[in-house]
Design a protein around this ligand. Structure first.
Ligand code: G3I
Length: 392
């Protein structure tokens, strides 16, 4: 390396004054602007990199039909959506492509086209995939609703899991084996939702699904996934108790289960402390269960003001929520239910509870429709950085 001698450091008085002024201005800038790279969102500054640095997984629900698999297979980085997904996520989940509705056009036909597309993409980009979901009350094909009976329902469920979990054996991080089985207001003493599965098989459908998945793929982490268990409200508190009762029963019966999925479709209440959820997460830890935030998005329908007000509320909630739950060592992953808010289910289905008076879209995810980072991106990244180092 060339040695630089002292005379090269003789600044003029003017040069020294300019240098001091620049240093002062730099110090006055916001944190992310001070270090130029911190405003960047890619490479070492991506959510994927910051999560990995803490032994965590940040992930995204994706639509495999929009992924430029062929481009990536031919060495291209891919278009906006593709680039964003591969850049930001350690782990992906199909928003819809691995559900019964997508996989089972008829009782005798499986259509794995989109699911295989996601798996191929993940193989090319070195990303993980979680499966969603093997058993749900919703998104079941019409033929199942008409053809399933008390006599054949067990076989229909086990054959589905054998075919689907078998196809991806050893290649998935985790499966949402059963989704949203608890619904106290349905009035059952076991607090289970009155679904096709519980009506035709009985409450043991849950154990059957997990035992079948474990038999077919002994490597994948088997997850029970649910929503409305996040907030310190009486309703969420009651549902957490019912979920915990379910999990404890499964563990007591020796049913193979490895994780709880907390969907995290939440609002932006700045006063929420998520104390009850942290207690549930700790109870899961005592049972040896991991916890994944599986479907995070922020409903800003009730936030007055414009885009900046939405963005500020979403960012603050990301800091509060992730700050509370990522502090728990058994929380291993946080996935957002999409990456670009304009594509969110919250903005597609036009639910009245997800519609703003001003008609604006909910800015519920880390990027906007131009694939530019919103304040939520920086808040999530900051929360990942603050999390204690987790073993992946
Ligand atoms: O692809 C078809 C399209 O061809 C058709 O024209 C259109 C109109 O009928 O429907 C399209 O399919 C829709 C699909 O989303 C893709 O947009 C389905 O009707 C619609 O039911 C489906 O909604 C999904 C919903 O689950 C039900 O499966 C949402 O995208 C998805 O975000 C949502 O995700 C769920 C999780 O799986 C479980 N947790 C709650 C979460 C939000 O509801």
């Amino acid at each position: 390396m060339k040695k630089i001698d002292s005379k090269e450091f003789n600044f003029t008085r003017r040069e020294f004054q300019m240098g001091a002024l620049a240093a002062g201005l730099l110090a006055a800038l916001p944190s992310w602007a001070r270090a130029g790279e911190a405003k960047s969102t890619s490479g070492a500054e991506s959510l994927r990199a910051h999560a990995a640095a803490r032994g965590l997984l940040y992930g995204i629900a994706v639509n495999p039909a929009l992924l430029d698999v062929e481009g990536v297979a031919n060495g291209r980085s891919g278009d906006g959506y593709t680039r964003l997904i591969r850049e930001q996520a350690n782990i992906m989940v199909a928003e819809n492509a691995m559900k019964w509705e997508a996989l089972r056009p008829s009782a005798s036909v499986f259509d794995f086209t989109l699911a295989d597309r996601l798996m191929r993409f993940a193989g090319l980009t070195g990303q993980l995939v979680r499966g969603h979901n093997l058993c749900w009350h919703a998104d079941n094909p019409d033929w199942l609703k008409t053809e399933a009976t008390k006599d054949n329902a067990r076989l229909l469920l086990t054959q589905h899991i054998e075919a689907v979990a078998g196809r991806y054996r050893g290649r998935l991080h985790s499966w949402d084996v059963v989704n949203e089985a608890i619904l106290g207001k349905d009035g059952r003493p076991d607090h289970l939702r009155k679904s096709l599965w519980v009506e035709l098989i009985g409450p043991e459908y849950i154990d059957l699904a997990f035992q079948t998945a474990a038999r077919v793929d002994p490597q994948v982490k088997l997850t029970y996934n649910d929503y409305d268990i996040e907030l310190d409200t009486p309703e969420h508190k009651e549902k957490r108790e019912h979920v915990l009762q379910l999990l404890r029963g499964m563990k007591a019966r020796g049913v193979p289960i490895h994780a709880l999925g907390v969907q995290s479709h939440i609002g932006t209440d700045p006063d929420q402390k998520y104390t009850g959820l942290v207690e549930l997460i700790r109870a899961c830890g005592q049972m040896g269960l991991e916890v994944y935030l599986t479907e995070m998005d922020l409903n800003t329908a009730k936030i007055p003001g414009g885009n900046d007000a939405q963005d500020a509320a979403v960012a603050q909630t990301c800091r509060n929520y992730l700050g509370a739950v990522l502090a728990e060592p058994n929380v291993k992953a946080a996935l957002t239910w999409g990456i670009d808010y304009s594509m969110s289910w919250l903005n597609k289905a036009k639910f009245d509870w997800a519609t703003r008076p001003d008609g604006a879209l909910l800015r519920c995810l880390p990027f906007d429709d131009d694939h530019q980072p919103l304040p939520a991106f920086f808040a999530i990244r900051e929360a990942l950085d603050r999390a204690p180092a987790h073993r992946a």
